[in-house]
Every structure is written in C-alpha cells, then in structure tokens.
Design a protein around this ligand. Structure first.
Ligand code: SF4
Length: 326
C-alpha cells in the first residue's frame, strides 16, 4: 500500500514567554519531538498515550491547524509545508477532524443542517437546496434521521452529537480524518456503536484514519497498526496483532497491563507505573521514560534510545530491545 500520509521528523515546541509584555522567551513546551510515521491509504493508525503526551498536537500538526517547529508532512506525495494558503485551504477538503467533545465542538446556536454544511460554505459552495439535501443525506448516513436537520445540538444525546460531528467531517468528502479522542467522552456502550459506525464509513468512503486515544483498549478494535507515544516521542509502533501479543517497550507493556481482561479466569499482572509524567518543559535526559520505567538501567539516564526496527513493521525505542538479527 502507498502512504497517503507521511510524517517525517515532526517537531513542535511551544515557546513560553515572560517579562514585560511577555517579551522574553524563557523556555518551551516540547510537545512533539522528532515524530515519524506513515499511514497507508485505507488504513487506520491508532495513536495512544497518556494525556499531554503530544498525540492531539500531532493530529493538529498533520492537518496544519498549527504550524510545526520543524519536520515535514507529506499528503499524497505533496509536502503540505510548501503549499500557499489558498492551495492549503482547498486541500483541507481532503483532511478533516472529529473532536473529542461532542458538547463543546458544536455551535449551540446553529441548526444541525448549518453545522454540517458550514465547512462547504467555508470552501466557497453556495447554500441552497442541494446543500440542504447533502446535510439530510449525511444525517441518515451516520444513523440519524433527516428531520433532525432543523434541530439544535442541545436536543441530542452525547452519542448523537458525535454522529453530527462525524457527518460534519464527512461533508467535504474527505480522504483522511483525524479522530481526536472521538469516542473518549462517550459511555462504553456508545463508544462501541460510534467505533462500528466509523469502520462502516471507512469501508463505504475509502477513508484513512489517525485514531487518537489515551487507552489501548479503545484503539484495538479499529486500528490496523498502533503507535504508542510518551512525552512527545513515539516509543513503539507495530501492527495491531504484534503490539497486543508481543509488546516490547516497557511503557506499552504497562499500558496493556491496565486493560481489563474480559474472561474472569484469565489473569494479567498489572504493571503500575509510579510517579507522574514529567513536564514537557524540561523532559528527562536520556530515555524520557526512565523516571518511571520499572527496568531502567544507568545508560537510560544518559543516552536517548533510537527507534530500531526489530521485526517487520515493528519499531521500538528502548536500550533493552534489540533487533533479533543483531
Ligand atoms: Fe526503560 Fe531504559 Fe528502555 Fe527507557 S530505554 S524504556 S528507561 S529500559
């Protein structure tokens, strides 16, 4: 499969200013640091990590909603950083996002029809009967009724609002969608319904997803491959089967151990990580995970591990994990 999205050496440091009129730069939040991955057309890459690890920033960087400090994002072979504003604006038809908060992401003063068609108006299409029909068709596509078009967001449940957010994301007929914690705020039973809907839509419209979540349990069902992020870096990436069966990075192992086991007799030893995630303003030297890693070695405090390929499509950044052939 060819890569639809190719992220290379992506870096985002948010400057911190202080002093009179915030004129003095005193540091930076190192939100994303040297992140690289690709997503093939029609594929879903799950991106997982604790809050503040940089996964949502990564999604927004890919869509150019925020500008990277350095690095490149190729979409369909085109370096998005080289496009002028108008070309990028038109390119956004292909690139959409579904937000986490179905309450906060929908304008309460707009009808559902206006919410869904707003992106089309922004892209220069004229409102009219054809656009209204498109909104009604999209509502039925996401499992709502066409008469819902004239209602307001407060008249819907959380799951229904997320379906409206999905319909809005589909309005411009995108090819790539960032699902940014798209099901995290929903009840577990509703989560499953929305994940199933996203899978059906992916098949119907040949969509490619970056599916961001803080829980490996949530991304398991929908992802083809999974990347695990910690403090701005990808520490492990592999196809779903490999990652869930044979995780190599101690952080991935800890995240996996926290997923409840459905069978009552099955046991899994929980790896409890101690301490908080360090500040991205001053991340630890060496391996960023060493302050919490249960198997850290002296070298981990000094030297940052490189991400090595240890099997087909399986890459890990840990001093204790080496390629099998080495
Ligand atoms: Fe733990 Fe060291 Fe591996 Fe980092 S490099 S995950 S600290 S063992």
């Amino acid at each position: 499969m060819t890569a639809l999205v190719d992220v290379r050496g992506l870096v985002k440091h948010f400057p911190i200013h202080s002093g009179l009129m915030f004129s003095r730069r005193i540091g930076s939040v190192q939100a994303v640091d040297d992140v690289s991955f690709s997503i093939s057309a029609g594929e879903t890459l799950g991106l997982v990590g604790e809050s503040g690890c940089g996964k949502s920033t990564t999604g927004r960087l890919i869509l150019r909603l925020i500008q990277p400090t350095s690095g490149a994002i190729f979409y369909d072979g085109v370096d998005l950083g080289t496009l002028d504003d108008e070309t990028m604006r038109q390119k956004r038809r292909d690139l959409q996002i579904i937000f986490q908060d179905p309450y906060g992401s929908l304008n309460p003063r707009m009808t559902v029809e206006d919410i869904i068609t707003e992106p089309l108006v922004i892209f220069g299409e004229k409102p009219g009967p054809a656009m209204a029909k498109r909104a009604r068709d999209l509502l039925t596509t996401v499992g709502l009724a066409s008469f819902h078009a004239k209602r307001y967001p407060h008249e819907f449940s959380g799951g229904q609002r997320q379906r409206i957010g999905i319909a809005r994301a589909l309005a411009s007929k995108p090819k790539f969608i960032v699902c940014d914690e798209a099901v995290s705020a929903l009840d577990v039973s509703i989560q499953a319904q929305v994940v199933n809907l996203l899978q059906d839509l992916q098949e119907e419209f040949k969509l490619t997803y970056l599916f961001i979540a803080h829980d490996l349990g949530v991304v398991k069902h929908i992802s083809d491959r999974v990347a695990v992020m910690y403090l701005g870096k990808i520490v492990e990436i592999a196809d779903k089967r490999t990652l869930y069966r044979s995780p190599k990075h101690p952080y991935t192992q800890a995240l996996l151990s926290a997923i409840p086991v459905p069978k009552p007799r099955a046991r899994r030893d929980r790896i409890v990580l101690t301490g908080d995630v360090p500040s991205p303003i001053d991340p630890p030297k060496g391996c960023r995970f060493h302050t919490r890693c249960p198997v850290a070695q002296p070298v981990c405090r000094e030297i940052e591990p490189r991400r090595l390929t240890i099997g087909t499509g399986h890459e890990v950044a840990c001093h204790l994990v080496q390629p099998e052939t080495a």
